[in-house]
Design a protein around this ligand. Structure first.
Ligand SMILES: C=C(O[C@@H]1C=C(C(=O)O)C=C[C@H]1O)C(=O)O
Length: 286
């Protein structure tokens, strides 16, 4: 019998190539579960596109892109990238006082955080800036605009640089996880994991296995977070304490409070015409 092509044998799974998903990846590597997946590592914007196009079967998806394609997707329970307060890695960085911001550069790797930033600028801070989308490099962005919205490792670096510099820092920083919590009282969910519904219907056992591998990987990594941070610091530019604090700050849960956060974000996005209304969150059976 001819050998089956790999892509028919293993599910095509996406992985965010940011530190925020390192605990998940760590566990997958150490449990051996990685061997059972065809993993594509990329930035959130590209993984969104691949899952929507059907080039991936299962993967993380920016919350707003999930809202735009909810009828094609089934959400994996108990897994998300979010924060219940500060997130450290989703920030507005500004070269001028916030009330003087007239132009904002939006980082091209984000979909949810850039919409959250627009909501905050327009509906919370009462500003009407002009926006431009750019690659996520803060110095270049601030050459073109008064403020920059970034996510991931670039944003984490901006947070720590500002903390370390203290009052002498030339840039002002707003943490959008904190801003959302102060605004709504709720956690912010930036991304969820989903399976294409057609894939979940055809391969329910595979979705269950992948979900189980993700959840146990994450649990294992979070149980030994100091060790994960210590080892990751050998090949990352952040020190162990910084990484451990970041991994403890992120909220990977998708419980009732996080779901309330999703529904509130969905309601606000729909009211602005940025996403269709969300009926309910449809979960994959796992
Ligand atoms: C917390 C984060 O969550 C992310 C934010 C995303 C977005 O804004 O679209 C998408 C995926 C996540 O990586 C982060 O990247 O720092």
């Amino acid at each position: 019998m001819p050998e089956q092509p790999t892509r028919q044998g293993r599910p095509r799974v996406g992985h965010i190539q940011f530190l925020n998903c390192l605990p998940l990846y760590w566990g997958l590597v150490h449990s051996g579960a990685l061997l059972d997946l065809e993993l594509t590592k990329d930035s959130p914007d590209r993984l969104n596109e691949a899952l929507i196009a059907g080039d991936l079967d299962i993967g993380p998806i920016s919350l707003v892109e999930y809202l735009r394609h909810a009828d094609e997707l089934a959400v994996l329970p108990d897994l998300a990238v979010g924060s219940d307060g500060p997130v450290l890695s989703v920030v507005v960085t500004s070269a001028v006082p916030f009330e003087q911001i007239r132009t904002v550069a939006l980082g091209s790797t984000s979909r949810t955080s850039v919409l959250l930033a627009r909501m905050l600028f327009e509906q919370r801070w009462g500003l009407r800036p002009d926006y431009v989308t750019m690659p996520p490099e803060i110095p270049l962005m601030l050459r073109e605009a008064d403020a920059a919205v970034t996510i991931g490792d670039v944003a984490l670096r901006a947070t720590y640089d500002a903390e370390r510099a203290g009052d002498g820092h030339p840039l002002r920083i707003a943490d959008l996880g904190s801003e959302w919590r102060e605004w709504t009282g709720l956690p912010m969910v930036f991304a969820v994991w989903a399976a294409r519904r057609s894939f979940a219907a055809a391969h329910p056992g595979v979705v269950k296995e992948v979900h189980g591998a993700f959840r146990s990987s994450l649990d294992a990594a979070l149980r030994e977070v100091d060790e994960v941070a210590r080892r990751a610091a050998r090949f990352e530019v952040f020190d162990p304490a910084t990484l451990a604090r970041y991994f403890r700050t992120l909220d990977f849960r998708l419980g009732p409070r996080q779901q309330a956060g999703i529904l509130e974000f969905a309601r606000r996005a729909a009211a602005r015409g940025d996403a269709p209304p969300l009926g309910e969150i449809v979960f994959a059976a796992v």
